[in-house]
Design a protein around this ligand. Structure first.
Ligand SMILES: Nc1ncnc2c1ncn2[C@@H]1O[C@H](COP(=O)(O)OP(=O)(O)OP(=O)(O)O)[C@@H](O)[C@H]1O
Ligand SMILES: [Mg+2]
Length: 258
């Protein structure tokens, strides 16, 4: 993967500068009813095809600030593709995607990278840590991209590494970590800049029950503190139960589960 990275862990398409952005929470922490809060993410009629094969068809969805939503579905149903579309990592073939009212579907690659670096935290199924940076530097990347000075950025990164049980591993390189440890670093990086929307693709998939519990607790705490929204792909009952809503994706589309 490229040496350059945006806060989501995805490589921007070009070298466009990424401006500093404030870190104030933009949601409404403390409000108890997510449905009473403004819509943060909206999808209308979203579809995606590869060649002649439609993987996603006519999906519509609204997620409010502060809301935690679990996305379930069989392997190959299109969950990762859906997260990629929301993050602007690949284009939708039909429909509209808006984050905070701003259209994602019309952004060019540089604008999409800018949106990811300021608004989104993305935990990739394959982690995408930067191989030549140590763990603290990896987690600090979104803050450094936003213009934060190195020392406070590394301090906040260190605090999050401690929350995922890696307090003594700041100086390690990703290749020295197990899969589950890399996953915890990816989670810390997705939360470090207090994004408005966290997209997490099976963030507990490689973790034992105790580590998964801590990861879910971290997600809950950070989201409660910042008023962010969470869309989390998961096969874990434990992770799904920690969310406000559970959705399932299959060939007929998105459905709310009880
Ligand atoms: N770039 C691509 N070109 C062609 N087909 C693709 C591409 N990316 C994904 N697909 C196909 O789209 C379908 C959905 O893939 P996706 O990765 O979104 O599934 P998923 O629900 O995340 O599965 P899993 O639970 O296994 O991670 C799959 O059948 C996959 O083969
Ligand atoms: Mg997937």
């Amino acid at each position: 993967m490229s040496d350059r990275i945006d806060s989501s862990g995805a490589s921007p398409a070009s070298g466009a500068p990424i401006s500093a952005a404030p870190l104030e929470p933009t949601g409404a922490p403390g409000a108890s009813d997510p449905s009473a809060r403004p819509t943060l993410l909206s999808l209308t009629g979203v579809g995606r095809r590869y060649g002649a094969r439609w993987v996603l068809r006519d999906l519509s969805l609204a997620i409010a600030s502060g809301e935690r939503v679990a996305l379930l579905g069989e392997s190959g149903s299109g969950k990762s593709t859906l997260l990629n579309l929301i993050a602007g990592l690949e284009p939708a073939d039909t429909g509209e995607i808006r984050i905070g009212g701003r259209a994602v579907h019309g952004l060019d690659p540089d604008q999409a990278a800018q949106l990811r670096s300021t608004e989104l935290g993305f935990v990739f199924q394959a982690f995408h840590l930067i191989g030549h940076l140590n763990l603290a530097q990896n987690v600090a990347v979104p803050l450094l991209l936003q213009g934060m000075a190195r020392r406070p950025a590394l301090e906040r990164a260190g605090a999050l590494l401690a929350r995922v049980g890696l307090a003594d591993r700041h100086a390690s390189l990703p290749r020295e970590l197990s899969g589950g440890e890399q996953q915890r670093v990816a989670l810390a990086r997705a939360l470090v800049h207090r994004p408005r929307l966290v997209l997490a693709d099976e963030p507990t998939g490689n973790l034992d029950a105790a580590s998964a519990g801590r990861a879910i607790e971290l997600l809950r705490d950070e989201i409660a503190a910042s008023g962010a929204a969470l869309l989390m792909v998961t096969h874990s009952q434990q992770a799904a139960a920690a969310c406000d809503r559970r959705l399932t994706l299959d060939a007929s589309g998105l459905r709310d589960l009880a």
